[in-house]
Design a binder for this molecule. Structure first.
Ligand SMILES: [Zn+2]
Ligand SMILES: [Zn+2]
Length: 146
């Protein structure tokens, strides 16, 4: 049985998908819900890990991720390890970039949402090119506790 909270969440996803002209299929819904529940960008393999046991196949999951990227709901990032990672865009800041922190030891990825990028930095970057990804690397607190 779905709880009221889930019913409401599903209705929101449906509205989101309808707005960009996508039909709400079971697989698409499951993919969006999985991304909503994630605190960091997920690879196709990570999404599949959760959804294959529910009866969705990997190819369907991948196609849906790609559809969501094409529709502008999901951003796709590559953080230096040749793995595409997917995350839902913030509907309030669809073009807003946030930095990602990648642990060089375990490979975990963390979103850094707080702290805006200073306009002065953006200005100097624009002289170099168009920045599409901001990547920080280091040792996460699990690998090297402070
Ligand atoms: Zn780590
Ligand atoms: Zn992120």
């Amino acid at each position: 049985m779905a709880t009221d909270h889930e019913i409401e969440a599903i209705a929101q996803v449906r509205t989101l998908l309808t707005k960009v002209g996508l039909r709400t299929t079971a697989a698409r819904l499951a993919v969006v819900r999985r991304l909503q529940g994630a605190k960091s960008p997920l690879s196709h393999a990570e999404v599949a890990e959760n959804l294959v046991p529910l009866g969705f196949d990997k190819a369907t999951i991948f196609r849906n991720l790609t559809d969501l990227v094409d529709a502008g709901l999901v951003s796709r990032t590559e953080l230096g390890d040749h793995v595409w990672r997917f995350e839902l865009k913030n509907p309030n800041h669809p073009d807003g970039h946030h930095p990602h922190f990648v642990c060089v030891d375990c490979g975990s990825v963390t979103c850094i949402h707080d702290g805006d990028i200073p306009k002065s930095s953006q200005k100097s970057w624009s002289k170099v090119g168009r920045v599409t990804e901001i990547l920080l690397k280091g040792h996460c607190l699990t690998c090297v506790p402070q």
